[in-house]
Design a protein around this ligand. Structure first.
Ligand SMILES: Nc1nc2c(ncn2[C@@H]2O[C@H](COP(=O)(O)OP(=O)(O)O)[C@@H](O)[C@H]2O)c(=O)[nH]1
Ligand SMILES: [Mg+2]
Length: 196
């Protein structure tokens, strides 16, 4: 997939700050530290469009990036990471409200990409999200992240194990490594099928 240009569009802490729904959108979801910023950067061939860090950010924001490809313009939407053990309940509810208002109300949303670390087991957070998206007829793809951390021998079996935990068909689960660039073309192909 040829990306001509990618740039920050806007970020919003409240639905009132969401930009006009002017292009097909791909939403990215995952627990903090799963590798979301790294994968976003890889998908658009940019080193630091989305910020990467090992320390979780404090502000809960939905961030939009404008991505220009050969097939036309689309938006990547970076939803705030969940699963901070120490986050107070009120803040967690704030995350839920913000994310749900985006996912439920966005006419241009084409597909949600849920990120899952290849080495971790699927938790209730991911299972609930997959079910929640399915109930709302929002197509979901799962990007398994940090595949380079497992030896090739173990990788394949692990992908299948997670696919079973997620109860998704094989075509919905893509193994990726932002570090090595593996799986990026396959993820783009899967995304494009929903966007184009
Ligand atoms: N080995 C490896 N590390 C990765 C990969 N993707 C992200 N990381 C590391 O995981 C940590 C969290 O990555 P980041 O993209 O900031 O995650 P985010 O919090 O989900 O946005 C950073 O230390 C990254 O360098 C990957 O594909 N392979
Ligand atoms: Mg990040």
């Amino acid at each position: 997939m040829k990306v001509r240009n990618a740039e920050f569009l806007t970020a919003a802490a409240k639905p009132g700050g969401f930009p006009p729904a002017s292009a097909p959108e791909v939403a990215f979801l995952g627990r903090s530290n799963v590798g979301k910023s790294s994968l976003l950067n890889r998908l658009v061939n940019r080193k630091a469009l989305a910020r990467t860090s090992s320390t979780p950010g404090k502000t809960r924001l939905v961030t939009w990036y404008r991505v220009e490809r050969e097939g036309g313009e689309l938006h990547f939407v970076d939803l705030p990471g969940y699963g901070y053990a120490k986050v107070p309940r009120a803040e967690r509810q704030g995350w839920q409200r913000l994310v749900e208002s985006y996912l439920e109300g966005r006419a241009t949303l084409c597909v949600a990409v849920l990120l899952q670390d290849l080495r971790r087991d699927v938790s209730d957070d991911e299972t609930l999200l997959v079910d929640w998206l399915a109930e709302r007829r929002i197509p979901v793809l799962v990007a398994l992240t940090k595949c380079d951390k497992l030896k090739p021998m173990r990788r394949k079996a692990r992908v299948e194990e997670l696919r079973r935990q997620l109860q998704l068909p094989a075509g919905r689960v893509v193994a990726t490594s932002a570090e090595k660039g593996s799986g990026i073309d396959e993820l783009w192909r899967a995304l494009a099928a929903h966007v184009d």
